[in-house]
Design a protein around this ligand. Structure first.
Ligand code: BGC
Length: 718
């Protein structure tokens, strides 16, 4: 008798400590079933409280239970339902304009650099790193996974996205999301969908044929969701074919829920909600950053709407259930994030940042062996870009306050990004890194403000390296694809003074290069993150090989682009290129870009032979790859499909293969089946007709191709 009483007491004590968790586990079912059991125990007020969240920077004073970050949704402790502590996290745990003084995090290179690695394993490692820092900093929802396609070369946020190709973007974003969520926290993918320009992003109406959208931007999202299973999708600011994304039932209900069977929840972008009933019924589950909307639509107005409207009441249950389902399926419910900060393995995380920088930088030009520097160069002058102190970073909500500090930070005096962006450099000095890595070479630095002085210094050096920067930020597009602040003239002056001139670009996307024919070398370093200087030093010195490939096309002039400048958001923006984004547009128009999608040089040389294509239901190419050099290098054959008939090429597969000196290996690149059918009249079909498989070094450089027949695999997925 005594024992039984004791057991009862113990059981109820445990039940008291974790009542919700006990109940949910007792249900023992799928995350959705467990979520439903929890929601059934919620009061009406509790349900209403979980579908909208605060924007912490507007809380004065900030409550102690809230972190000063992007968002906060209070939890329901009696049921074990956690508060959602949201941080931006595309490139690391963000802390823009130093909202949280002194809170530093590991700053990765821009997402474009990660995309340029074509390495999903690296993307996963990068996501896992960010997720673990987020957890250690008490965040449990990360607003990463930006998967918008680059439709416009001047897009302010291009650096935050994975480039112009749906397969590359989707696979890489999905891998990053998987990495984040491996920490038992939630990741988003965003901004769903067609947030392709920053100018007027909160009002613009993006017009695009639905089938074309499915073959381009939506395909990138679908692949990212299938690969990464993010707990949440963030709907975008803009309208799509006349209706705001966050109240667009075609987008949220017909596509995301019904066709893709997405089980997670939709959260709004910050300030992207415009209605209560329409948004609720269209499929929005959570209003984020509520103070940024014209009113808190999911607050009082939703409470009122629920009273008289059965459909809204049912939706409220569904909305909360979906959010709690994501909390459970991510692992967050059963493994809650401690509210006390945890230690971070800072050096190991810095290594991840360096690996991404090393894999993502792209060697665009290398004549007369000007690189690697290790040869005859005794004196190298570095010019401009503040290369003596660090590397540039992109601006906006993704800005990380990097470990090592922000040595230069320039506030903005105008523009839409003024309140939340500063032009910032990470403390990773290329000058110091080069000098440390090659002590026998003399490296000097000149700020580049005086082109004549720069030319004079270049004349005296064996090699001159100009560090050219172009800052991009969320909320503003760049006004021109030319480098700002007369840097083109600086490069011309240096190149005229020394034939061994190299340009290192720190840009957030494609730029024009009127000086290209005058310089011997060009490296696209993107925004290379808090270890960018060290990565650059190893690559420039040839200690490791370049292996990055462009995730977007570099045009030779703005006339080649579908739109030469940001479209006027007061008019609907008709995306006339349709599904033919980036390199597909160039192919369709018969234009040759400056640098093609997929392009990238290496020091090493790789030979391909015995190339064997297979068509049918699972198209692929097998080949023997051989490293012809004395150093390790990376092969990255890309598989494109043309057809039916003359439809422009699309990337259907690639393989990144590391080869040791003289290594030979047989590899197979499979075509991803999601890229083979075309979308017509709302259906995916493998169109009859002739197809051509092409394997190449980039979208414009084939080394083998074959006409094949494709069989209908009767499967739009993989
Ligand atoms: C951005 C989102 C971001 C959110 C929260 C918005 O302005 O578009 O990408 O996650 O702010 O900071």
């Amino acid at each position: 008798m005594r024992k039984r009483v004791c057991l009862l007491i113990l059981t109820s004590a445990w039940f008291c400590a974790f009542p919700g968790r006990t109940l949910a586990k007792a249900a023992g079912n799928s995350p959705a079933a467990r979520a439903a059991a929890i929601v059934a125990r919620m009061t009406h007020a509790e349900k209403l409280s979980y579908v909208h969240g605060y924007f912490p920077p507007y809380q004065k004073p900030l409550p102690t239970w809230m972190a000063n970050a992007a968002g906060h949704v209070p939890g329901i402790p009696r049921l074990g339902v956690p508060a959602l502590r949201e941080s931006d996290a595309s490139l690391g745990v963000a802390n823009n304009v130093e909202q949280r003084p002194g809170d530093t995090a590991t700053a990765l290179p821009s997402t474009l650099a990660l995309a340029a690695s074509f390495d999903p394993g690296l993307a996963r490692a990068a996501g896992a790193m960010i997720g673990s820092e987020a957890r250690a900093k008490t965040f449990n929802v990360l607003l990463g996974g930006g998967v918008n396609l680059t439709r416009d070369a001047w897009g302010g946020r291009n650096f935050e996205y994975f480039g112009e190709d749906p397969l590359l973007s989707g696979v890489m974003a999905g891998a990053a999301v998987t990495g984040v969520q491996s920490n038992h926290i939630i990741s988003t993918v965003k901004h769903f969908a067609l947030n392709a320009q920053e100018t007027g992003r909160d009002v613009l109406d993006a017009r695009l044929d639905r089938d074309a959208m499915h073959e381009s931007d939506l395909l990138a999202f679908r692949i990212a969701i299938e690969e990464g299973r993010p707990g949440s999708v963030m709907c975008a600011y803009n309208k799509i074919n006349g209706t705001y994304a966050c109240e667009n039932s075609w987008l949220l209900e017909d596509v995301l829920r019904t066709e893709w069977r997405y089980p997670g929840f939709v959260m709004s972008d910050w300030g992207a909600v415009h209605s209560t009933n329409q948004a609720v019924l269209a499929g929005l589950e959570q209003e984020s950053g509520q103070e940024l909307d014209a009113q808190i639509y999911f607050g009082e107005p939703l409470a009122a709407a629920v009273v008289g409207d059965r459909a809204i009441r049912q939706r409220l249950d569904e909305m909360v259930t979906r959010i709690v389902t994501a909390v459970i399926s991510s692992g967050l419910y059963d493994d809650p994030v401690p509210l006390i900060t945890q230690p971070i393995d800072v050096p190991a995380h810095a290594d991840v940042a360096q690996r991404v920088a090393e894999a993502g930088m792209v060697l665009l030009k290398n004549e007369r062996g000007v690189l690697p520097l290790a040869g005859a160069a005794r004196h190298v002058v570095l010019i401009g870009g503040r290369a003596d102190i660090g590397v540039l970073s992109g601006g906006g909500s993704s800005q990380v306050r990097s470990v090592g500090g922000i040595p230069v930070e320039l506030p903005l005096t105008e523009g839409a990004a003024m309140s939340f962006a500063r032009v910032s450099w990470h403390a990773s000095s290329p000058l110091r890194a080069l000098q440390a890595a090659a002590p026998s070479v003399r490296f000097t630095f000149l700020d580049g403000r005086d082109p004549a002085a720069a030319a004079a210094a270049a004349r005296k050096a064996d090699v001159a390296i100009v560090f050219a920067t172009q800052w991009r930020t969320e909320a503003q597009d760049v006004p021109s694809l030319l480098l700002p602040d007369k840097q083109d003239a600086l490069i011309e002056a240096v190149a005229a003074a020394n034939p061994n001139s190299v340009v290192v670009l720190e840009t957030g996307g494609a730029v024009l290069m009127p000086w290209l024919h005058r310089v011997a070398g060009v490296v696209e370093a993107w925004y290379p993150g808090q270890r960018g200087g060290e990565a650059l030093a190893r690559l420039l010195l040839g200690q490791i090989d370049f292996s990055g490939h462009l995730p977007l096309t570099f045009p030779s002039s703005v006339d080649q682009l579908p739109r030469a400048m940001p479209a006027d958001p007061k008019q609907p923006i008709v995306y006339r290129e349709g599904a033919n984004v980036g390199y597909r547009w160039f192919a369709e128009q018969g234009m040759t870009p400056l640098f093609a999608f997929g392009y990238g040089l290496s020091y090493g040389r790789v030979a391909y032979r015995q190339v064997h294509f297979t068509g049918g239901a699972r198209p692929r190419v097998g080949m023997t790859v051989r490293n012809l050099g004395e150093q390790a290098t990376i092969a990255l054959p890309q598989l494109y499909l043309i057809g039916p008939e003359r439809a422009p090429p699309r990337l259907v597969g690639w393989m990144r293969t590391k080869l040791s000196p003289h290594e030979e290996r047989r590899i197979t690149v499979m075509a991803d089946r999601r890229l083979i059918p075309r979308r017509h009249g709302g259906r995916w079909t493998v169109m009859p007709g002739s197809y051509r498989l092409i394997v190449g070094n980039d979208a414009d450089d084939a080394f083998a191709s074959l006409n094949v027949r494709l069989a209908n695999s009767n499967n739009a997925k993989r």
